[in-house]
Write a protein that binds this ligand. Sequence first.
Ligand code: HC1
Ligand code: SF4
Length: 581
Amino acid sequence: DVKVTIDGKQVEVPKGSTVLQAAQKVGVHIPTLCHLDLHDIKMVNKAASCRICVVEVEGRRNLAPACATPVFDGMVVKTNTIRVLNARKVVLELLLSDHPKDCLICPKSGQCELQNLAETFGLREVRFKDGAQSTYRKDASKSIIRDMDKCIMCRRCETMCNEVQTVGALSGVNRGFNAVVAPAFEVNLEDSVCTHCGQCVAVCPVGALTEQDNTWKVVEALANPDKVVVVQTAPAVRVALGEEFGYEPGTLVTGKMVAALRRLGFDYVFDTDFAADLTIMEEGTELLDRIKKFLNGDRDVKLPILTSCCPGWVNFIESQFQDLLDVPSSAKSPQQMFGAIAKSYYAEKLGIPRDKMVVVSIMPCLAKKYEATREEFSVDGNPDVDISISTRELAHLIKRTNIDFNELEDEDFDRPLGESTGAGVIFGTTGGVIEAATRTAYELFTGKQLDKVEFEQLRGLDGVRVATVKMGDIDLNIGIAHGLGNARKLLEEVKAGNPRKLHAIEIMACPGGCIGGGGQPYHHGNLEILKKRAEAIYREDAGKPIRKSHENPAIKELYETYLGHPMSEKAHHLLHTNYTP
Ligand code: HC1
Ligand code: SF4
């Protein structure tokens, strides 16, 4: 270890650490714009390009960037001298000289790291304002808006997309003034290999990458007297929405969220968790089906089965592993199962035609926006899910309509499509889908009741996890990956003949699963927040009276009165899909 003094405070850090790491250890905050260290998901953006983190090192003439300067024994660093502050101010002014000044109408306003710094530094004018400004074509996919005029070339998105997600949709092209981060050949994001996962949006410090905002479409639907507007809320929303209203990360706001949705004017407030239970019925049956065939000697059966509820992941396999397209479960995602059931079973119950119903989904995810528009998820041009908005967008809607969220009394979901179990809730965190499936598969396969529904061996935040669950006389080998780079590792294994003999694999595109989705409140680099959201998910599960999908009474009724049984012809038609390159 080496001893360093930072702003008069002594600290010992391992050799090879940077000044920034030493400062963090001793609680001295040094601002960064490009640098981002997401240790838990193995992402470090080391661009060292923005220079906002400069510090003074005793004995050195030039200021040094804290993120890229290694410590040495006896080093004395000052982070807040007038020279440092002046240098940071000039860096900001230079950045702003080539940055639009439309903060008032920028989608990132209030959450922008550049805006925050400009405010902290008390910038009231931009000195270098007469130079040319770079301008780029705006680009919008179904999920994401790229406004490269606002890009500060921090390269966080590139590191996320290439190194964590291994998608390679974004990279730096051109040099100098024309340099920009873009898809290859500068095609539109929609036409690139982008999976819509939204993780680039989650780390962009400015307004260069933001979500397609669908909130006004929701306002319009709610104002239309001819429509019955139904809303579904994804499992991971309730554990993060509170952050937008000042609650500690990990606070469960399920009851307030439901109350707020009623105040907004939705006719029925339902739960994607109901459809998650339904997914387990279909996917779990499919899993057991494949296993039974395998045990009966069928060597063509596709094992491991892959979960299919994450649309970013589906996009990834469709574009990058086209030879594996018959491996995932054919079950639609809960979002889409919900839409299909709402516009058939429930519309029939209400006695209305499907096009009188508008289905809105509240999702932690940006890829859900894209998924909702996929043609196969519509009937005669009428989509099963009409509008998908993110957790952040819901928070905006609630604030826009003067609802005092913090004062709301808890309310409960409507029935029957709001009835769910703990198994549905845990879908929202990595490992949860397969744990939910295991709870049901175990009981259906063995005919025995589980003494303990928690499968701790499937939980945690390691990027790739493998565990074995005893199911009667067979050992069920389960793989879990979250983050597409980790998914790639397991897929390569499957391609290489499945040496670990996995029977089922859960994959989620976003680090952490849906709790870390691209539409969640910004974590601003603090991944402790994801851990707290995951804990909240398991708390919600533990507090549910029913914790296994096959015991959900509304699901049982749906099968008894409408679908028949899992994988029935009707279920197949409404709840299953196939994948296309
Ligand atoms: Fe998810 Fe899912 S868990 S994909 O992460 O299977 O978005 O929350 O709604 O559809 O249920 C997202 C979350 C969500 C689906 C479910
Ligand atoms: Fe890459 Fe995901 Fe961003 Fe697409 S949405 S550019 S895949 S990080």
